[in-house]
Design a protein around this ligand. Structure first.
Ligand SMILES: N[C@@H](CCC(=O)N[C@@H](CS)C(=O)NCC(=O)O)C(=O)O
Length: 362
């Protein structure tokens, strides 16, 4: 496939998005064509990233606690920290990352076109994204579920249900599982809604504040985050108590790229295993690795390390936890201030009834 044809197909794909067809259709087009291109690359993704000298990480245009950009242009958040963690594993320096902010509708096309090496952007693992869109998914870093937010002054409360949105205007961003779930969910309970889709979720919040929509809906974490940074806390009710969908969020990369997948997956697992052992940024250098051989292997401290077989340095995952922290540190730092906690939920450790689990490092 020559470059002109690829450019044409990408432009064609973008036009489809702009015209309001589903972003997923556009991404399928781009994926089919770009697959050929990537198949002919001689270099692995790891080699390309190493030669370039920095990682290109796709993040959202703004999701409180997950991707935030400060006034000085610095990035922070739970998703951002996992971008930093991948850079720390590859370069021993977390700062070697270039962020690319992507709307939901843009993200898979950008990944498939090679504009980013990995997508870490509140992205839900679904069957169609995993198969026809040409992506593969890493371990779930945050188990989420879709909820809705409306006003207490409109008669809504945390115990409202989907049936209560009958006749209301509902805003969300395009190219998401959110818009599909709400359409399907409202239909199932016989609620007629007017769905208003915007490009970036912040526009949906703006419309909600301006009274142009009665309800906003997205992943529960996104609603809690937005409410936490707005003054209307007491007037914004999040419901239903039990989310209307499963939204397993985690890193996404191009399919059939096994070495790259392993590297990313074990970045996540390393943070989870470090949490299991209680290894933190603070005690990582005083920890007794002889007493915990699994931790020692994973950090390149003991015999039997496997990182060099993956194309990384033996201390790659030590650098992740030393520079970014273990799973609990990443979660607590970014999400506790918003009122999101692990305890008692799906993001708790598997030993405490949650779903956060990693395979053994051996
Ligand atoms: N998890 C869902 C929704 C993702 C999504 O777009 N979430 C919003 C709300 S947290 C967001 O990230 N908005 C930022 C943006 O529009 O760039 C998906 O993968 O489709």
């Amino acid at each position: 496939m020559n470059k002109k044809a690829i450019v044409f197909l990408l432009v064609f794909a973008m036009v489809i998005v702009a015209c309001g067809d589903t972003a997923d259709e556009a991404a399928v087009e781009a994926t089919e064509e770009e697959h050929d291109d990537h198949d002919h690359e001689d270099e692995s993704t790891l080699e390309q990233v190493q030669e370039r000298g920095f990682l290109k990480c796709g993040v959202s245009t703004g999701a409180t606690g997950f991707t935030e950009v400060g006034d000085d242009g610095s990035y922070s958040g739970f998703d951002v920290d996992y971008c930093y963690a991948v850079a720390a594993a590859i370069f021993g320096d977390y700062s070697k990352v270039e962020f690319k902010q992507l709307t939901a509708a843009e993200r898979f096309t950008a990944l498939s076109a090679g504009e980013i090496d990995v997508l870490i952007r509140n992205t839900t693992w679904t069957q169609s994204r995993d198969t026809e869109l040409g992506n593969d998914f890493g371990p779930t870093t945050y188990f989420d579920g879709q909820q809705l937010m409306g006003r207490v002054s409109d008669g809504l409360s945390s115990s409202s249900t989907l049936a209560d949105i009958d006749g209301l205007r509902v805003c969300t961003n395009a190219g998401t599982t959110t818009e599909k779930n709400i359409t399907e969910g409202a239909g199932l309970v016989g609620a007629t809604i007017e769905l208003v889709t915007v490009e970036a979720f912040s526009e949906a919040i703006d419309k909600f504040i301006a009274g142009e929509c009665d309800i906003v809906t997205t992943d529960g974490s996104g609603l809690v985050g937005r409410r936490a940074v707005n003054d209307a806390l007491n007037d914004w009710a999040i419901f239903p108590q039990s989310p209307i969908s499963k939204e397993p969020l985690g890193p996404t990369y191009r399919s059939n790229d096994s070495q790259w997948a392993d590297i990313i997956n074990w970045v996540v697992y390393a943070t989870i295993i470090a949490d299991e052992y209680g290894v933190t940024r603070a005690n990582i250098d005083s920890f007794d690795y002889d007493a915990a051989p699994e931790m020692g292997r994973l950090f390149g401290k003991n015999d039997g390390e496997l990182q060099t077989k993956m194309g990384l340095s033996a201390d790659a995952y030590y650098n992740v936890v030393k520079q970014i922290g273990n799973y609990d540190e990443i979660f607590s730092r970014n999400l506790n201030p918003l009122g999101l906690y692990r305890e008692g939920g799906a993001n708790a450790r598997w030993t405490e009834g949650g779903l956060v689990y990693a395979p053994p490092a051996r």
